[in-house]
Design a protein. Structure first.
Ligand code: FAD
Ligand code: NAP
Length: 494
């Protein structure tokens, strides 16, 4: 990958590196804009792709805090959803597209560099004409209810990170010894975790789920998963493809209370088509007699899952030891208003349900990177207009940190293209002043060196990738992810 390949084998201060760095400095500073992107998920890569495609001379450096790239494409997308990893919605091959971008001779990837810790955004702004913040949403929303920190309660974010090999969650060791699990929230992440908890082992075994989590799930006692929503069936946040997958999950049967769905057929006549079709599927599954094949599959199922509506979590109840969760108390709600904007209002009635495993799946949350960068703590986003960070010329944002933690890869792609377009317009109109020569990675390199940080290049990642694929082959899976960053770094130490 162009000049970044030139950085792979250097040792700090070697004459070869100085020469390569110098020639790059001459060729790039003189010619075009130096841009960097913070984060190597879909937002980072799609922003880079658009900039490189539409500006012949732009150079884009992508900084990533983990040694390995691709953000939630690697650490979020469920292991049994490889079709998403290899084809975004029929057209593109996400990881191949990102790899092509990284292979451009005007693009470089620097993993193992945490912006805000190893290098500040101010330092990046001194080195680049434009800095795009695409660092996603690394935390999760909390319920703020008593008992939320009891043993047996996990955020879906941590659980997903655990089964997908995210280094910070590799030691989660969720307690899967209870028969009933409660997933709070009714979005696609909630469906992902429910499906992974209930999927047949022989399905999971062929995926890139981590070895450790597969072993834990093999011993799991979980037989029943409830997905709990504070509003009604017309307000669920998951989508039809994911619901259909759940309904067809081998070895399981759905538990849908007909009373929740009776009469919905009339209400949905005027709702937008995707919501209408989704509701029709729920209504059909809850109210219609299943076909012969389905009926026999449901009858022989050993596991089950269900949707509970109009229940808002009030408290996680402790077991006698005061440490472990034993259940949850929920407010029964009614809806005020209708449609997407209907609000859940407590009726005064409460309900308690026994369960030892609770997964809170109420959404992810972005964090501020640096106190000098504008951040809206309520919305959890960087305030921006079309990706231009408010009050901070030269600073941009894309992806979940720009618009909040919702939207699939294609949504993130579109909004990243919009941000890249804003950068291109600002280059064209002179808002970004190219007469100020910027050194790009050359000046960041010396900062990293002085702080003892060793960046991982894209071809380093390709070595890690090859090692993972080779390990996976032995186990009959697409890859065996390395979960320890130190082990990744050892594989690429020069
Ligand atoms: P991310 O993908 O989170 O990327 C952000 C990157 O920034 C990460 O690599 C992170 O390590 C890095 N970073 C963070 N802080 C720093 C820092 N300080 N310095 C340097 N780097 C940093 N969409 C689909 O289309 N299909 C799916 O099947 C699907 N499944 C999903 C499953 C889950 C569990 C989740 C949560 C989302 C899923 N999505 C799916 C949505 C999709 O993943 C998002 O739309 C997309 O990943 C958002 O992209 P992003 O680049 O903004 O954030
Ligand atoms: P989400 O779609 O926003 O769903 C969050 C859920 O949590 C909603 O049901 C919401 O209910 C509920 N919730 C929020 N706050 C709550 C509270 N205080 N108490 C009770 N419930 C609360 O978020 P997500 O599931 O994390 O998904 C994030 C994005 O990634 C989505 O766009 C999703 O489509 C995408 N994704 C896609 C896939 C896929 O394509 N296969 C897989 C995973 C994720 P209310 O509506 O009542 O607020």
């Amino acid at each position: 990958m162009g000049s970044s390949r030139g950085h792979i084998c250097w040792k700090w201060g070697s004459p070869l590196r100085r020469l390569t760095g110098f020639s790059r400095l001459l060729s790039t500073a003189a010619l075009g804009p130096q841009i960097c992107v913070v984060g190597s998920g879909p937002a980072g890569f799609y922003t880079a792709q658009h900039l490189l495609k539409h500006h012949r001379l732009a150079r884009v450096d992508i900084y990533e805090k983990l040694p390995v790239p691709f953000g939630l494409v690697r650490f979020g997308v469920a292991p049994d959803h490889p079709e998403v990893k290899v084809s975004t919605y029929r057209v593109e091959n996400v990881i191949n597209t990102f790899t092509q971008t990284a292979h451009s001779d005007r693009c470089a990837y620097y993993g193992n560099v945490t912006i805000g810790k190893d290098v500040t955004v101010k330092e990046l702004q001194r080195a680049y004409h434009a800095v795009v913040l695409s660092y996603g949403a690394e935390d999760n929303r909390i319920l703020g209810i008593p008992g939320e920190n009891l043993l047996g309660v996990y955020s879906a974010r941590a659980f997903v990170g655990w089964y997908n090999g995210l280094p910070e969650n590799r030691d989660l060791k969720p307690d899967l010894s209870s028969e009933t699990a409660m997933v709070l929230g009714q979005g696609n992440v909630a469906l992902d975790v429910a499906r992974v908890l209930l999927s047949p082992l022989d399905v999971l075994r062929k995926t890139d789920i981590t070895e450790g989590s597969l072993a834990a799930i093999a011993c799991s006692k979980v037989k029943r998963v409830w997905l709990v929503g504070r509003r009604g069936p017309l307000q669920v946040a998951f989508t039809i493809k994911e619901l259909r997958e759940m309904i067809n999950l081998p070895g399981t049967r759905p538990l849908l209370d007909p009373a929740d769905f009776t009469g919905l057929g009339d209400v949905i006549k005027d709702v937008p088509r995707p919501r209408k079709r989704l509701t029709e599927l729920m209504v059909k599954s809850a109210l219609e007699k299943p076909g012969e094949k389905e009926a026999s599959r449901w009858a022989s199922a050993t596991k089950e899952w269900g949707l509970k509506f109009r229940r808002s979590p009030l408290e996680v109840l402790p077991a006698a030891d005061g440490k472990q969760a034993r259940g949850i108390r929920m407010a029964v709600t009614r809806l005020e208003g209708s449609g997407e904007s209907a609000r859940a209002v407590p009726t005064g009635e409460v309900e308690e349900l026994e369960c030892g495993l609770i997964l809170s799946s109420i959404g992810y949350r972005s964090l501020p990177l640096d106190s000098l960068i504008p951040f809206d703590p309520k919305l959890g986003i960087i305030p921006n207009s079309l990706g231009r960070v408010q009050g901070a010329p030269g600073l941009y944002c894309s992806g979940w940190v720009k618009r909040g933690p919702t939207g699939v890869i294609i949504t993130t792609m579109n909004d990243s293209f919009d941000t890249a377009q804003s950068v291109l317009e600002d280059l064209q109109t002179g808002v970004l002043n190219l007469s100020n020569s910027k050194e790009g990675f050359e000046s960041v390199r010396s900062i990293l060196h002085s702080r003892g940080v060793h960046p991982v290049t894209f071809s380093d990642w390709e070595k890690i990738d090859a090692a993972e694929v080779a390990r996976g082959k032995l186990a009959g899976k697409p890859r065996e992810k390395i979960v320890d960053p130190q082990e990744m770094l050892q594989l690429v130490s020069h």
